[in-house]
Design a protein around this ligand. Structure first.
Ligand SMILES: NC(=O)c1ccc[n+]([C@@H]2O[C@H](COP(=O)([O-])OP(=O)(O)OC[C@H]3O[C@@H](n4cnc5c(N)ncnc54)[C@H](O)[C@@H]3O)[C@@H](O)[C@H]2O)c1
Ligand SMILES: [Zn+2]
Length: 370
């Protein structure tokens, strides 16, 4: 038996932020980072919420650390809100979701709703049951999955991503691609998650390069914003895999941005997983669905064409696909390797990877990515 449940109500399209104007006389607590708090987008948000009492917790940093979450819990207690809004990239939304989840484990919050408003097109966190919290002292990122973590409402307004700079558009876009591909080959994939994953991969291959080159194109931004949520819905149901399990370690140990870690690993993880014939068939099917490979191509060739296509896309997005070029030396990697391998096996996302993986496989993937 397979399960698929949709928890988050999604409002999408240009102007969907206006949804917020229906709230009156509520206590609203907004979680974001300093950059977003001082942006014109935030002014717009506040304008729409002007009939409410608004408090802001703007201490969020990229890959939020447990100390940021602990301070957020204090801030939320002081605000006693009816509405929580996570406003920003995956980091701000994850923090809002984690704070709400931790408190609601123990106390009743009297909440009307928790709203996620993404300003990057990447993590899909606005529709997922996941939150990723870092322990910076130990260099570990903890992905937590739980049905109570889903936001109640997601607002996908593409106007909010028009200001995302090209390198973040590239990295976060490759995160979307990784979510969709991992969900598609996951051991828990099903026809519903496949449909969302296929569409997300299609949108990335069609529109990411254009959104990167022409950042103000609302059509391409909309396609990528929707793809991000579709990939999030897919992996929330089907799970992720080895790519994310290793990427979390690169983020935890070396502070490599999440989407960039995923992008660099993706060709190597596909090559590893494709040793399994059933998984190779899935990659080949996806390549054919996206018209990267022709219908008559055999699975090995179609999978290689998928890998080639990903590498070509990365080049067009000016992503350097080598860990060394991002400051991770061979000696630093070797020194951390035992910890990285152990933590990769412990990372919850590896559970749905379709192919078996041992210590040597992880070592080989990282060496290939160097
Ligand atoms: N919960 C999930 O389902 C899930 C899935 C994947 C990743 N994650 C986590 O999400 C985090 C990464 O999120 P992210 O990739 O969105 O990055 P992020 O939230 O860390 O943001 C990256 C940078 O982009 C800036 N930014 C955000 N919106 C902007 C805008 N509109 N214009 C200009 N700059 C903007 C931010 O200020 C920040 O400096 C990681 O911690 C990762 O592990 C969570
Ligand atoms: Zn991700």
């Amino acid at each position: 038996m397979k399960k698929f449940s949709v928890r988050t109500r999604v409002y999408s399209g240009v102007g969907s932020l206006e949804y917020l104007s229906r709230f009156k006389n509520r206590k609203v607590w907004i979680v974001c980072d300093e950059f977003l708090a001082s942006s014109t987008m935030f002014e717009r948000l506040q304008g729409l919420l002007s009939d409410n009492e608004v408090t802001v917790y703007s201490n969020i940093t990229s890959d939020p650390d447990i100390t940021v979450i602990a301070k957020g819990i204090e801030s939320l207690w002081a605000a006693k809100p009816n509405i929580i809004i996570g406003f920003g990239g995956g980091s701000a939304i994850d923090a809002a979701k984690a704070i709400r989840f931790i408190i609601e484990r123990n106390e009743s919050l009297n909440l009307d709703c928790c709203i996620a408003i993404p300003t990057t097109s990447g993590t899909g966190s606005e529709v997922t049951s996941a939150t990723v919290i870092s322990d910076n002292k130990r260099g570990i990122k903890y992905p937590i999955f739980h049905p109570d973590i889903f936001p109640d409402i997601a607002i996908l307004d593409p106007e909010l991503v028009l200001t995302v700079p090209p390198h973040i558009t590239a990295n976060t876009g490759m995160d979307v691609l990784t979510h969709a591909i991992e969900a598609y080959v996951s051991s828990e994939s099903n026809e519903f998650s496949d449909a969302l994953a296929e569409k997300a991969v299609w949108n990335v291959f069609q529109y990411l390069e254009g959104a990167f080159k022409n950042s103000e194109c609302i059509v391409r931004r909309t396609k990528m914003h929707n793809a991000s949520s579709m990939a999030g819905m897919a992996f929330s149901q089907a799970g992720l895999g080895l790519n994310h399990a290793i990427a979390h370690q690169l983020g935890g140990q070396f502070k490599l941005p999440h989407g960039l870690s995923n992008a660099i690993l993706l060709p190597h993880v596909i090559r590893h997983n494709a040793k399994d014939a059933k998984t190779r068939k899935r990659y080949a099917k996806l390549a054919k669905h996206c018209l990267i490979a022709s219908k008559s191509t055999n699975d090995i060739t179609a999978t290689n064409q998928l890998i080639l296509h990903i590498n070509q896309l990365a080049r067009k997005l000016k992503i350097n696909m080598s860990l060394r070029r991002h400051g991770i030396s061979e000696s630093a990697l070797r020194q951390k390797l035992p910890d990285i391998i152990a933590a990769t096996h412990n990372d919850s996302t590896i559970a749905t990877n379709p192919a078996p993986t041992n210590d040597n496989d992880i070592k080989r993937i990282l060496e290939a990515a160097l």
